[in-house]
Each structure stands twice: as C-alpha cells, then as structure tokens.
Design a protein around this ligand. Structure first.
Ligand SMILES: C[S@@+](CC[C@H](N)C(=O)[O-])C[C@H]1O[C@@H](n2cnc3c(N)ncnc32)[C@H](O)[C@@H]1O
Length: 1023
C-alpha cells in the first residue's frame, strides 16, 4: 500500500490516543465572546432554558459558558492554536457562518437593511419592490444595484417569495460582514441554543472532521463528537460530574452535549431542580407532552376543588385574581386600630387607591377602594401609614407618629442583640390571635369579571371587601382551623419550626412567625394543600414554583404605563404580586398580596420548549460534595463562596412543604437543608469543607482527568484561598480565564460587575517537590512572562487576520495569575510546611501568607508586562498603582473599550484604593475615566490617591495650560513641588508623549504636546 493511500483511508479512533494530550482550554478560549453570550443568556430572563423550572433559583451558571468549558476540556490542541480556536468558535456558533445562521433565524436584517449595507448586482433575484409598471421609475429600478437607501429612494423592498433559505443566508453573510465587532453581529442573532441544532451545525462537521482527521474523528453531532473525544482521551464516553449542582446548569448542558453526567448537591431542592433539568427539560418531546398533561390534570383538579369550596367566586360569578392584605395595629396614643401599608396606591395604571375613612364609633378605619382618582389623590395615597420605620396617620386634623420599634417593643438583650415583645406564634396558629400587636386585614380584592374569565383579554376591577367577601374569609379560616393539624400530620402543610439564621431571622424577628406555615395566609394554605395532595415527580417542581408566588412574602407592585422614553421601561401598566424570592431573602411586608388559585395555577401550565434531549446516562444524588459515589473524567463545579446565596436557609421554605411525603424518586433524598454541612463563608471552616470536597473529587477522577472550578473574581485574597484549597486537594492549576457573567446587579449598585474565574486543574504528579519563596518567585515570574507573551503573540496574529484580538487585557492578567498558580501548585511543601497543613491552618485576621505574597508578585509581574502601547517599560516600572491604572485604561479607551469590569479588574490588580474617584462614568457598558479637565482641585490634593503622584501633577499642569497659564509658570510649579524634578523629568516627558497620543480630548493632546516640548527643551537650554 502506498503512503498516499494510507493517508487517504479514514483513520479509526485509537482509544486513549489523547490520554495525556493537553486540552484546548489550557491554551486558548474565546473568553470575550463567551462573556458576551453568557450575558445575553442572563438577560433573556424567563427565556432562559432552565428558569421554566423555578425562577427562585438565581445562581444558575449560563449554559453557554458550561458548553464552552466542556468542549474546551475535551478538544485537544493540535499545535496550531489559531486553527484550533477557529474550530472551537465554529462549534460554539461564534464564527461568521454560525452568526449568519443565528441572525437569519432571528430575522433581524430587513430587506432595506441589507440593501443599504451590501454590494449586489442582481438585487431583483432576491427582492421585490413596490414600483408600479406604469411608474417612470420602473425601467430604471430594474438596473439598480445594491447598496442604496430604499427610504431615500421612496421604495419598499420585500423578500421574493421564491427566495431560498440558502439565498437568504448568502445575503445575511454578506450583510453581517459589514459589521465590525463580534458584539454588533451577535446582537442581531438568536442565542445558539435557540436555533435548530442540526441546521446550525450542518456545515461545521466537515470542517471539524477535517481538522481532527489525523485522530480519526468522524462526527455529525455533538453526542458523536463527545463520544469520540472521550474514547480518544479516556477509552469511553466521558462522564461530567458536579457535586455542587444547584439549579443544574452544569450537568444539564454536559448531558445535552452528549456526556454522561453525575450530579449531586447537599440540598434536596437543588437535586430536584437538577433532576428536572435532566428529566423534564431534557425529556423527549413525547415525554414532555406527557408531563405537561400530568401538570394540567393537577391544575384542573385543584381549580375544581377551589371552585367547589366557593372561596374565590362572588355571587355574580366573578373570579378573584388577587387578595390584598395589610397589617393592622393599635396606636398607643389614640387606641385606634391603624391599617399599615407604606402606600395605599393599588393601581398606578388605573389610578386606583385605598383610602382610610375614620370610624369614630369603633375607633378604627374603614378602607374604601376608589377608582379613577385624580393625580393629586394618587400622590396623597403614595404616602402610606408606614413611613421611614414609623407608623404615621392623621386623625381629626392631627398627625400621629410612632416608631414601629416602639410598637413592637424592641429592647436590648444581654448579648447585645435586639429582642421585642411580639408574641411568638405557635404551631397551631395560622393567623394572629386577638391582642397580638400585628393583626392582619383584607383591604381589597382584584376580580376578573365573569364574562371575560375564559377569554384572552380578561377584564378586572378592584373592590373593597363586602360582607360576603368577609364571610368567605371566615369560611377560609374555618377550613384551615378544622384541618390544620390533620394536614400537618399527613405532611401536607409544614409543621417545621424556622431555624434562626442570617436570612431566616427576619420573619421571626419582625412578625413573631416561628413555623414555616406562618409565612402563608389561610388562603395560601388551602391552595397549597390542594396541590400538595396531588403532586408526583411531574408536578412537584411546578408546586415549588407555585409556592414562590403563594405566601405572605409576596409584595404588591403596580407600575404605570410607560411612555417608552429612551432607556426607560416600555410596556403597559401592570398590577401584580411579586414572588417571594425576588431578592433571595425572606423579607416581610406590611401589605402583601395573595394570588388566587386561578392565577397561581399558571405555574402548573408550563409548556416546555424543545431545547435538546438528554439521551445519555444521568444520575442525581443528594449528598455532601465530599462523598461522591461515581468516577468522573471531568469535574466542573461552581462551589458556594463568600457572598453566595444562602441556599441552605432559604430553600427550607420549600423543604418544609415536601419533606414529610416527597414523591418518588425524590423520596430517596434527605429532605433537610443540613445547614451544618453546607459550605459557606470564606473562613477556616470554608477552606476545610472545600479541601474535603475537592480531595474527594480528585480521588474520583482518573490521572488524566480534568477539573474546572468557577468562582467570583474578588481580590487576590480569593486566589490564595483557592490555591491553598486545590493544592491541598492534590490538584495543580493549568489555566485560568475570566468571564464577565453579569453586567450590573440591581441589588449591588455602585460599579459592581460580577465576573467569574474559570480555573482549570489537573492532578498533581506523584512525588515530593519542596518549594521556597526565593526559588519560587523567579520561576513564577518566568512562567507569567512566558504565558502572557505567547498569548500576546496569538493576539497579534488573530488581530491581523480578523481585525479583533482574541484576548483582552483582563484575559492576559488572568493568565498571569494562572501561570503563577501553575508553578506554585506543582510543589508539595512550601517553606518547609506541607501544603495540606498550610491550607488547613487557621488564619489570623489580616495575615499575609507566603501564598498571598507570591500571588501578589505574580499579579505585579503580569502587570509590568502589560505596558500600555506608547509608554516605555522603564517609565511603567516606576509608576504607582493609580498611575498605571489611569494610563492603562486611557490606552484601552482608545480601542473603544468601555466595560466597567475591565476597570474593576485592573483597579484590583493595580491595588488602587478607590478607582471610582478617577472615573468619569461607572455605567456597566459605558464606563470611562475622568477626563483631565473634569478633575476638580479637591480631587487632586495631596490627600487623594492620584494628587501627589507624578500623573496628578501633570494633570494639574495640563489644566493650568488649558486655562491659559504660561508653560513656564507650570514648569516652575513642578520644580517647586517635585523635589526630584530633574531626575523624573524624562518620565514626565514620556507620560506627556503618551497623553499627547491617547488623551480623548484634542485640547488636552495639544497642551500635552506643548508641555512635553517645553520639558524637553529644558535640557537643550541647559536649565
Ligand atoms: C453556587 S451554587 C451552584 C449553582 C449551580 N452551578 C447552578 O448553575 O445552578 C452552590 C451549591 O452548593 C451546594 N452546597 C453547599 N454546601 C455543600 C456541600 N457541603 N456539599 C454539596 N453541596 C453543597 C448548595 O446547596 C448550592 O446548591
């Protein structure tokens, strides 16, 4: 056989041929594109694939990020990083073809957009126009070619009926090529998972198979590719494990791609959601129909039961949509009962309010519901009876104000905490007792009219409760009073006490609620029982979603119709009850809303979209991360860290309902949050828990297995914690990437961007290696340099070809950290101390460990390599953090970058104390530095961070020149203020030369040139 013939024959897969081959993700990763797509996925809100299972689980990792990690960990490097990246991007649908297909499905480019953007000689092969035959323009138009502006020409374009998908795609490709950045293109696209996968990837497989032909890859779908890559690396299809599975994104995406998965979590609610991701969202379309049917049946039965009870219908046959309740308390001054609410506005869209009307006979207020009131009356109603922590109301022309603290009877306990005189509710309570400080009162009902009930345009109205309504309330109370104990015994209603905790203290402290069922109105309880009696594995998840909207912790919200001003919300008015976990806490409210069963049952009417079927083997377990029961080749985890959500506490809200009688197969799990075992915080216990977990995972991984850990990027302290944990677990870092997963968080204002670090780890080779700081430091520096330089090199090449570099500065910086950790985690002892005991040793507050030092040095080594273009390395090496930050960002702004997380990351890396003080704007996507002319003199004094620096002096000098001060006077000022003026003069000149090129305002560039020239001339003049 000739050699040529051998090459041409399709090669078969050789198991374990890639056994020790480094993974693609160790060398390249399109972090910017993944960041962008991850943020888009987040912004899709309810459109995210797994939110259908429960929006109360907030921390799901974006699926696109998981997909990139799984692929990057299994694909090999071929020695051609650029070509590898190209294939990787194709597989992620980030390449031009993928973008064109995704944009086509979105239909984002209209014929007129295409006409304006591309060159095309035969537009009428694709489009029709609306010029009539008898129009003089008609003959002319026949010869027109693209581009042209159809609006300007006054003609309308439409796709021809006979145009094929292939034709459209051809034009979309051309049109997309006229957009410069990836982001501009991707904004026109559907997310990859929203597009039919077979069609999206049709053209990708030949390229993939060609690229990996040498390895015998021949795949036509992701499951085939995963299986083949698994055989090459591990001898079989890979298994992806996650022992902190939470909402299940990691196992779900890995399974959807075609890997076997093993998922576990300490929390049974997390297990249930993960199970749901794999077995409901990932179910076959036929099975999904079955599940939907089962859920519908439950909903219908519940609806019948509630209707029969007659507690949600009035005599006319109207059906309640929402019941609005408020607390009521006795004013200690007047003895009157005062309804409590921070606002009495019921509907902003319809100008509906509740108004208090004194009832002098009974020393209480009637509550009227008024429709269509004036704006002035709305304004009055906006001020409720709870204002700034006080109970405030008016009676007979006099205003009474009592702090809520006083009403509650707050007092100091010996341990310094605050107690109060609220009666602690008991197990048999389900509403306040007579004489309790806080009573509860129904004040309005939203009704759906009988006629519109079963139509798509329901008509609703609000009314104060009439006598019949109050009778129905009594009936509801009576039903609960009669059945509560029995329901509790049967496990249909919680009988579990609320364990105090960070989040669970609030209901106890502010309302005296001590059992979980106290968080529910009698109506809430009746609806929940009706559902709980009927749930099975198909509907238990929907039941929890329903509970999230069915408690006293649901606030009433109303918003007016929005005019749709730029940047504002658009859309109709809305009046609604929020969900309990809208902010991941257990907040109590003075007024709250109960959604009727009618509107709640929507949670059980979820249509599941066909978003890819899971056909591989999956296992979901409920145990500690330190006790995995399966071997996995790839562990991908997102552990709880520091400010992570307190899942272990807040999910007790659901556990309380399910724990006594969970449906099969959830009954195999422990229905307890096991708070004591939850890994939390960032202290010594946290490190111990993490080491146990990661050690166990490493032990359940073959020698060539890979781990990926995601955590929030905070400061260098996090890095040294993480390094000691992985170190002690016997793992070695091989790469790190930074993904901006969230642009802004409403809860954490003030320049807060959440970024995720992706840390890749492998088992540390056997054998001892002793490390000492003095020896490690130079090795760290060398590795940082090697890593950054090789990435910069790839950047140059890709930028030349595609116009955009692949890595930005944050990626390079992150790679710097990773390089340091790579060196560091190769050792087994450090300064004579065993790494495990180092990791587990308790830290004293403020202690700087040898690892902290080394990580910091690595960050500095990375930063010193990231010299902004146009500044000399010598100058750079002498600048302090804030100066480096300002100049580095100034350079970055010239490329149009404006993402706040870049500023945030660099501020951390340069150890800037308060970068906000040199920022002109801190919007997530429109951040920028303060311009030279924007600094006030107060911001440049010696007591500020930038004021005393050379750059601070230069900024003052430039401002003076802008104010027409003579250059000579400015220089004299420098001579006075800078004792080593002559020595630093070259450095000032270098910085000015840099600003002359990079400052955004022309006037500043001009004065920088003038000042620089003057400083240079000093030498010429011999001064
Ligand atoms: C940050 S969340 C994971 C989120 C998940 N990746 C997702 O996309 O939804 C961390 C998870 O760790 C779980 N957890 C905390 N301590 C644990 C322990 N000791 N063992 C196992 N799981 C634990 C929590 O219940 C929580 O679900």
């Amino acid at each position: 056989m000739t050699e040529v013939a051998t090459e041409a024959a399709p090669k078969s897969l050789t198991p374990l041929a890639l056994k020790d081959a480094p993974a693609l993700i160790e060398a390249v990763f399109p972090a910017q594109k993944v960041s962008f797509e991850a943020q888009r996925e987040r912004k899709a809100g309810a459109g995210q694939t797994l939110t259908a299972l429960g929006s109360y689980w907030k921390g799901r990792k974006p699926l696109i990020l998981v997909r990139a990690i799984v692929l990057g960990s299994l694909l090999p490097q071929t020695g051609d990083a650029e070509a590898d990246l190209d294939i990787f991007e194709k597989l992620m649908a980030f390449d031009d073809e993928g973008l064109a297909r995704r944009a086509l499905v979105q239909g984002s480019l209209k014929p007129k957009d295409i006409a304006a953007r591309i060159e095309l000689n035969d537009p009428w092969s694709y489009f029709n126009h609306n010029v009539k035959r008898d129009d003089s323009l008609f003959d002319n138009v026949a010869h027109w070619t693209f581009p042209f502006d159809s609006d300007e020409e006054g003609i309308k374009l439409r796709w021809r009926r006979d145009v094929t998908e292939e034709d459209k795609l051809f034009l979309y490709r051309k049109a997309l090529a006229t957009f410069v950045s990836y982001e501009e293109k991707a904004l026109l696209c559907k997310r990859p998972e929203e597009v039919d996968q077979k069609w999206l990837y049709d053209s990708v497989w030949p390229a993939v198979n060609r690229h990996y032909a040498r390895l015998g890859i021949n795949a036509h779908s992701f499951p085939e590719l995963m299986e083949q890559l698994g055989i090459l690396r591990y001898g079989h299809r890979p298994c992806v494990g996650d022992t902190f599975a939470g909402g299940g994104s990691i196992p779900f995406e890995a399974a959807r791609l075609g890997c076997d998965v093993y998922a576990s979590d300490l929390n049974p609610v997390a297990c249930m959601l993960t199970w749901g991701a794999l077995n409901i969202i990932g179910a076959s379309p036929e099975r999904q129909v079955e599940i939907e049917q089962a859920q519908r049946e439950v909903a219908e039965a519940v609806d019948c039961e509630i209707t029969e009870l007659g507690i949600e219908h009035d005599e006319q046959g109207n059906r309640a949509k929402a019941f609005l309740y408020c607390l009521e308390t006795r004013c200690p001054e007047t003895g009157w009962m005062i309804p409590m609410s921070p606002s009495w506005v019921i509907s902003k869209g319809r100008n509906i309010i509740a108004r208090l009307k004194p009832d002098h006979t009974n020393h209480r207020f009637d509550i009227e519901v008024l429709n269509g009131v004036s704006d002035a009356e709305m304004k009055v109603a906006e001020k409720g009876t709870v204002q700034d922590g006080d109970l405030v109301y008016e009676l007979d022309g006099r205003t009474y104000r009592t702090p809520i603290k006083t009403l509650r009877g707050d007092y100091r306990l010996p341990d310094g905490t605050t107690g109060n005189r609220l009666r602690r509710w008991e197990k048999e309570d389900f509403k306040p007792r007579l004489g309790d400080i806080f009573q509860e009162r129904l004040y309005a009902i939203q009704w759906i009219t009988k006629e519109s009930l079963n139509t798509s345009r329901q008509v609703t109205f609000f009314a104060a409760p009439a006598k019949d309504d109050l009778d129905r309330e009594k009936k509801v109370d009576a039903i609960v009073a009669e059945n509560l104990r029995c329901w509790q015994e049967q496990g249909l209603v919680p009988d579990m006490a609320i364990e105090p905790g960070d989040k669970t203290d609030e209901p106890i402290r502010t309302r005296g609620w001590t059992y979980w069922h106290h968080l529910f109105t009698p109506r809430n309880i009746i609806t929940a029982v009706a559902v709980a009696q009927r749930i099975d594995k198909n509907s238990a998840i929907g039941f929890c979603d329903l509970l999230n909207f069915n408690a006293k912790l649901c606030r009433w919200t109303t918003s007016p119709k929005s005019s749709g001003k730029v940047g504002g919300r658009t859309g109709g008015a809305s009046d609604n009850a929020t969900d309990v976990f809208s902010n991941q806490a257990l907040n109590t409210f003075y007024n709250y809303a109960h959604r009727s069963a009618y509107s709640l049952l929507e949670s059980l009417n979820q249509p599941y979209r066909d978003r890819g079927q899971v056909t591989t083997s999956t296992e979901v377990n409920n145990h500690e991360a330190a006790r995995p029961t399966s071997e996995c080749e790839l562990w991908i985890t997102d552990p709880p860290y520091a400010d992570a959500v307190n899942y272990h506490e807040i999910t007790e809200f659901f556990i309380a309902w399910l724990r006594k009688d969970p449906p099969v197969p959830f009954n195999q799990w422990t229905w307890d949050s096991r708070r004591a075992f939850a890994i939390k915080g960032s202290g010594d216990d946290f490190r111990r828990g993490m080491v146990d977990a990661y050690k166990a995972m490493a032990e359940h991984m073959p020698d060539n297995g890979v781990q990926c850990v995601m955590f929030t990027h905070q400061d260098t302290g996090v890095w040294s914690d993480m390094v000691s944990i992985f170190w002690a677990a016997g793992l070695q870092v091989v790469a790190a990437w930074y993904i901006a997963t969230e642009t802004t968080s409403e809860l954490k204002k003030g320049g807060y961007v959440q970024g995720t670090v992706i840390l890749m780890l492998k088992k540390r080779p056997e054998g001892d290696r002793a490390g000492f700081k003095q020896r490690i430091l130079p090795a760290v520096r060398a590795e940082v340099q090697r890593q950054i330089e090789s990435m910069m090199h790839l950047n140059e090449e890709i930028k030349d070809k595609h116009g955009e570099p692949v890595f930005n500065d944050s990626d390079l910086q992150m790679a710097g950290y990773a390089a340091a950790l790579k060196v560091l985690t190769a050792y087994t002892t450090i300064g004579g101390e065993d790494v495990t005991s180092f990791a587990l040793r308790p830290r004293t507050k403020g202690e700087v460990t040898v690892v902290d030092e080394i990580v910091q040095q690595a960050a500095e080594a990375a930063n010193s390599l990231l010299v902004p273009e146009g500044l000399s390395a010598e100058t750079w090496s002498r600048l302090s953090g804030i100066q480096r930050f300002y100049l580095r960002m100034m350079d970055m702004e010239t490329t149009g970058a404006s993402k706040l997380d870049n500023y945030q990351n660099f501020a951390k890396a340069f150890r800037v104390q308060d970068y906000a003080r040199v920022m002109g704007d801190m919007k997530a996507n429109a951040a920028r530095l303060k311009r030279v002319s924007e600094f006030t003199s107060r911001e440049l004094t010696d007591s500020t961070e930038i004021g005393p620096t050379w750059l601070g002096h230069l900024i003052i000098g430039l401002q003076q020149l802008l104010a027409e001060v003579e250059p000579q006077a400015v220089i004299q000022q420098f001579q006075q203020d800078l004792p080593d003026f002559m020595e630093v003069r070259p450095l000032l000149i270098d910085m000015l030369r840099f600003m002359e090129r990079k400052a955004p305002e022309a006037t500043v560039r001009e004065v920088a040139e003038v000042l620089g020239a003057r400083l240079k001339n000093l030498r010429a003049l011999g001064q």
